[in-house]
Design a protein. Sequence first.
Lengths: 64, 150
Amino acid sequence: MADLDLFTLNFVTIVNAYLSSGAMYFVSRLNGTTSGMTSCAAAGFLMATGLLLRRSAILCRLIC
Amino acid sequence: MLNLLSNVLIFSGACLLVRGIRGFRKLERVRLRRFVAAIVIYAGLFAYWMYGFDSMRARSILASLAISALMAAAAWSMGAGVQPGDRLVYWTTASFYAATALAAGLRGIWFFTAAPHACLFSPYPVEFVSIGVVNLASLGGAFGCASPQT
């Protein structure tokens, strides 16, 4: 059960990271503000993709 | 290979976050070549502990402590030299990054002391704390950066 909970939480984290980054990018475009904020949004996308790949690798190893 | 790629992506993202926050706060930017060097060293160490001397514990310690250091840098960049009127928003955001640094640091120290089994899920309490704080930080970061500077 704890395994499943942790796995679900990880995917919630990934979705959360994508949504937060998307929101940050959207606001930066709306405000037409600094490249710093766009970098933060890009950083969020990179980290979320990294987490997604890591979890996918674990899932593949379990299924295959 | 996917494991190495994913960890390098996460580390690169954290480097970019620090750079982005410093740009957002209009602080002096860290030179890109320093971040590139840090990413290359990180990838090299990770690959060594994956292909040369396989140790999940060493990889976990490296990943945790590296993220901890970068999140501490992010917290410092977000919270340093803030105008009094902006402190509520920026210090709150910085505290989320600081909490992430603390949680990742504790995770790294925990891996030093404990003898973790090579479980793919690692359902230890420290993981739940770490995940909870990361969620708060990603939400807090979005709100903190979205607030206008005075």
